[in-house]
Design a protein around this ligand. Sequence first.
Ligand SMILES: Nc1ncnc2c1ncn2[C@@H]1O[C@H](COP(=O)(O)OP(=O)(O)O)[C@@H](O)[C@H]1O
Ligand SMILES: [Mg+2]
Length: 150
Amino acid sequence: MAGLVEEARGRLGPQAARPALRWKIGALPAVSGDPELLRLVWINLLSNALKYSSRQPQPEVQVGTQPADGGTLAFFVRDNGVGFDVRYAGKLFNVFQRLHRQSEFAGTGIGLATVRRVVERHGGRVWAESTINEGATFYFCIGEEHAGTP
Ligand SMILES: Nc1ncnc2c1ncn2[C@@H]1O[C@H](COP(=O)(O)OP(=O)(O)O)[C@@H](O)[C@H]1O
Ligand SMILES: [Mg+2]
């Protein structure tokens, strides 16, 4: 996963090169899975983190893991951006569901749906937390049979 995050970061475009941007990347264990698809998960989560923190004078994106229910490990991507209303947290993972206006933050609304499809194909699940104007955290677990050596 550490390698995939590095590759994903390399594909993010100009926003990732902002001098003010701070990255905090923790240790990420290996998993067994489809690298192309899992890279897509990171690209989508990281590009959202950059986009929705782009108005911050000091954007910060954190990537790491934390223990989750059932003894599994959750990977997460956290930003200090505009956040979203948690009442709609479930909807974000459906195609074309967006909580921000096109004029505010451009997008197509398929990124998180793709994330969910890939994660579910790997026997896992996705969820998100946020406080408006304080940022958002997107989590995912990979199924036991895909968990690799740390
Ligand atoms: N890091 C984030 N911070 C705040 N809102 C987010 C974040 N990531 C996703 N969202 C919300 O979820 C919606 C769906 O995300 P996504 O499917 O990636 O679509 P898009 O990025 O094209 O808008 C976004 O339109 C936005 O409202
Ligand atoms: Mg997106």
